[in-house]
Design a protein around this ligand. Structure first.
Ligand SMILES: C=CC1=C(C)/C(=C/c2[nH]c(/C=C3N=C(/C=C4\NC(=O)C(C)=C4C=C)C(C)=C\3CCC(=O)O)c(CCC(=O)O)c2C)NC1=O
Length: 303
């Protein structure tokens, strides 16, 4: 009932029955009953109090997910759960002491808002999220990738991920971040060319930090995240909306290109395989994270 009252308080609408998803078939990983609930019910149970690793591990990025959760519930009209397979919404591996949980929403403004948290104790804490606008907008996606490996290797990437690289587009939708970004010199780092091309689906206003200790996470990343998030959500208030089916289709096509590009480049697949197995990693990447991409055909040797 606690979950229900929180939901009512937030004004979540949407079907509340008939959406239970079949139980997961799991081989090496174990899904728990949590996986049978909708995203909003599961999100209401945050923060996790204890790490699966059983130590006194701080869940470094929980405050971020809670803040995003609040902003999402406070600002989004007609927020609904987007049901997805329980096999993808929760997995844990007792052998490797890791769990991964994901949540998936839709609103009048966003066709998909997905969130993922990985808790593997001190060796890995991750918060990853993407906000995909409804294709009646051509606005950038909000991309969040915060990772901590062993507390000494912390990588934080946050961006309004542009669908186009034309000057007018970047000026219109990304340069709004200049005054915010300039406040946070520790987030002015540059990505390498190891995984992504900085000129495709990234902006110059990307916040990028690499830290060798967790201190800047709450001191700098958190206020920066709050500003990026609020700026992003506000931008939609006066954003142009198209009703032209051709433009809508073109916007969706660009989001599809983003998914295809990201699924090809994402270095996370290795991480997922390590903890939850290779088959699950491929399914999670193509059926949940970047679902407009296609699962590669094993016969073509791309797996
Ligand atoms: C749950 C999903 C998920 C996880 C766990 C994930 C992890 C992940 N992201 C990485 C890098 C990266 N991640 C990003 C950016 C992003 N990545 C994004 O998923 C989004 C939305 C952005 C945009 C903000 C960039 C730019 C790098 C490369 C950093 C570099 O080259 O230095 C790396 C490599 C870290 C390293 O070895 O240096 C991992 C393991 N990516 C994922 O998608």
């Amino acid at each position: 009932m606690f979950a229900f009252s929180v939901l009512t308080g937030y004004g979540v609408s949407g079907p509340r029955s008939g959406l239970r998803i079949r139980n997961a078939r799991v081989s090496m990983c174990v899904a728990t009953p949590e996986s049978l609930e909708l995203s909003s019910e599961r999100l209401a149970k945050l923060p996790w109090e204890k790490s699966i690793a059983g130590d006194d591990v701080e869940m470094l990025f929980m405050p971020f997910i809670e803040l995003q959760n609040k902003v999402m519930f406070d600002t989004q009209k007609n927020l609904k759960d987007l049901p997805f397979e329980s096999e993808l919404s929760f997995q844990s591996s007792s052998k490797k002491k890791a769990k991964i949980e994901s949540w998936n929403f839709q609103s009048d403004t966003f066709r998909k808002i997905r969130l993922t948290y990985i808790d593997a104790g001190i060796p890995a804490q991750v918060f990853n999220s993407v906000w995909y606008p409804d294709p009646k907008y051509d606005l950038p996606l909000l991309g969040v990738d915060f990772l901590s490996f062993g507390k000494k290797k912390i990588l934080c990437v946050l961006d309004f991920q542009p669908l186009k690289q034309e000057k007018y587009y970047l000026e219109k939708y990304c340069e709004i971040l200049d005054p915010v970004k300039s406040k946070y010199p520790s987030l002015a780092g540059q990505m390498t060319a190891r995984f992504y091309d900085e000129n495709q689906f990234f902006s110059k206003q990307l916040a990028f930090g690499r830290f060798d200790n967790p201190q800047p996470v709450m001191e700098e990343l958190f206020p920066a995240f709050e500003e990026y998030l609020n700026t992003y959500v506000k931008m939609f208030k006066d954003a142009p909306v198209t009703e032209d089916p051709k433009e809508i289709a073109a916007n969706l096509e660009l989001q599809k290109e983003y998914d295809i590009y990201s699924a090809e480049r994402d270095p996370a697949v290795g991480l997922f395989s390590t903890y939850f197995g290779g088959d699950w990693a491929v399914k999670f990447t193509h059926d949940f994270l970047f679902e407009l991409s296609e699962t590669p055909d094993p016969a073509e040797g791309n797996l």
